[in-house]
Write a protein that binds this ligand. Sequence first.
Ligand SMILES: [Zn+2]
Ligand SMILES: [Zn+2]
Length: 126
Amino acid sequence: MIHKSYTDENHELSGSCLCGRVRWHARGPFRHVVACHCRECRKWSGHFFPGIRSRSDRIVIEGEESLRWYRSSEFARRGFCGECGSTLFWQSGSITNIAAGSVDGETALGIIQHIHTGEAGDYYDL
Ligand SMILES: [Zn+2]
Ligand SMILES: [Zn+2]
């Protein structure tokens, strides 16, 4: 089950923020999308955070001068575009969850899990 929730390592994805200043390219394996409904992710993203788990060293970022990081906890930081504000990355050391909404083109991925649903907003159903 857990095994199949990852793509193979030839899977490639690219993405960008709304204004296009920050661009990223990444190679798998990627975990399929996990939607986090915790309070922090809801505040940060404006709804819930759909993350594509990836290895940090397999992501190449362009336009890093526009990328800002917010340290949201002792073990994680959150990356966003300092120009347009787009939510891009949740990162904890060697693990980065890429915002699924930042992907350009087809992801060939799907949501496999919703987590921290006890903190979900009362304005939507799961
Ligand atoms: Zn931007
Ligand atoms: Zn969360």
